[in-house]
Ligand binder design. Structure first.
Ligand code: ADP
Ligand code: MG
Length: 392
């Protein structure tokens, strides 16, 4: 068993909490507060027990100076309000100002430093788990608490790097994630996994391992098109991944009854709301058409599997759900899962957002804050930054 924040006497200690404040932002405005809200329990616990709380988080992918738009400054107001405590923000990831701010902290104070991924502008130091950086961040605190489930399958300086250098534990959010996801390792059957979304290469490798765990895998979203092309169907201009075609062909041959693909697709010539759409059966998609949602017949097929299941895990929207025109498949699947009597777990940032926006949050048993991390865990692979946490 991993140590948790409850296993430490944190009074008067500098406790570094690695949060997942990777919230969606548009023009500097936060579009969804879910991840912030889910981080509150651990922060409140630390304050209540007299710790000096130092918060670290990443936001977005930071590759060029333009990505400095992902400053964590936008978090200060909502966090201060939710905690009813003014959060001090230093817009730097290291240096004298950071050290001074830490030195001046009193018990129950909260300090937030800048986006850990700004260190990626400095030779990918965060994402490549630069040793010195991990050691440096560790030097700011006495105890490290990892509560960022979304990145726990990665070895970064702001998680694994600090864990190597400080006594460590997990926060309440990570603890709950692990508990709920563990149920999927010993599922009531039939166990159905619904996969979609667009991060094909990230996820396609997992599919084979998931086929070993689940009874059925229903595939929609952009991911379906690599499989459909591998099965010999025209997919027009839909998103797919050429490199993965042999893999998909092989998998379809190996598990013809487990991998369930859509049989009709909603297509359009451009990705725009209110464009003219077509309902196409397999084999009918034209060269200049893009597949952007699954069709009604596919939904009927998927429903049979969902209704029959005792355990369901869903990751990845069924279509380009951000546009109303292509949101029907995702909404219907969401509804079907919500109404099913199974143990149901949702994973993935966009999928969670779809569930929240469509109003089905309360119907689900667990909504994971991590897509890749949740998939990695249920696939049975050890989570790199969890492995390094101290054992009880
Ligand atoms: P999650 O964050 O839940 O893990 P992903 O990030 O993998 O999910 O995928 C979400 C994205 O996939 C959404 O932005 C959605 O618009 C996109 N998507 C789903 N289906 C398609 C499709 N057929 N073509 C293009 N994009 C799609
Ligand atoms: Mg996503």
């Amino acid at each position: 068993m991993k140590k948790t924040i409850r296993d430490y006497d944190i009074k008067g200690k500098r406790v570094i909490i690695r949060c997942d404040f990777n919230v969606p932002i548009e023009n500097g405005e936060i579009k969804d507060l879910t991840r912030i809200k889910k981080s509150l329990r651990t922060i409140r616990y630390a304050r209540k027990n007299g710790a000096k709380v130092i918060l670290l988080s990443h936001m977005g992918r930071v590759k060029t100076d333009e990505d400095k738009k992902y400053t964590l400054k936008c978090l200060v107001d909502p966090l201060s309000k939710m905690l009813r405590k003014k959060v001090k923000f230093i817009p730097l990831t290291r240096g004298e100002e950071v050290l001074n701010a830490v030195k001046q902290m009193k018990d129950r104070d909260v300090l937030l430093i800048e986006n850990t991924r700004f260190e990626d502008l400095n030779g990918k130091k965060e994402s490549s788990n630069d040793k010195e950086l991990g050691k440096y961040w560790a030097s700011l605190g006495d105890i490290f608490i990892n509560d960022a489930f979304g990145t726990i399958h990665r070895s970064h300086a702001s998680n694994a790097g600090i864990e190597k250098n400080l006594p460590s534990g997990i926060g309440f959010l990570v603890e709950k994630e692990i508990k709920c996801l563990d149920k999927l390792n010993n599922p009531k059957r039939p166990y159905t996994i619904v996969l979609g979304g667009s991060k094909i290469s990230d996820k396609i490798g997992l599919v084979e391992k998931l086929t070993l765990k689940a009874d059925y895998i229903l595939i929609g979203g952009a991911m379906a098109f690599t499989f459909l092309k591998a099965a010999g169907f025209s997919i027009g201009s839909s998103l797919f991944e050429k490199d993965q075609l042999p893999f998909c062909t092989n998998l379809l041959n190996k598990y013809p009854d487990k991998i369930i693909l859509p049989i009709d697709i909603i297509t359009a010539k451009e990705i725009k709301d209110n464009v003219k759409t077509k309902e196409r059966f397999l084999g009918e998609i034209r060269e200049d058409e893009i597949g952007l949602d699954i069709g009604k017949k596919s939904l009927e097929v998927f429903k049979q599997y969902i209704d029959d299941s005792k355990t369901i895990f869903w990751n990845g929207p069924m279509g380009y759900f951000e546009l109303d025109t292509f949101s029907n498949g995702t909404r219907e699947i969401c509804k079907m899962i919500a109404e099913s009597k199974s143990y149901k777990v949702i994973g993935g940032g966009d999928t969670a957002r779809a569930v929240n926006e469509m109003g089905f949050e309360k119907n689900m048993d667990h909504i994971s804050t991590g897509g890749g991390a949740a998939l990695t865990y249920i696939e049975g692979v050890s989570l790199k930054a969890l492995k390094l946490i101290d054992e009880k």
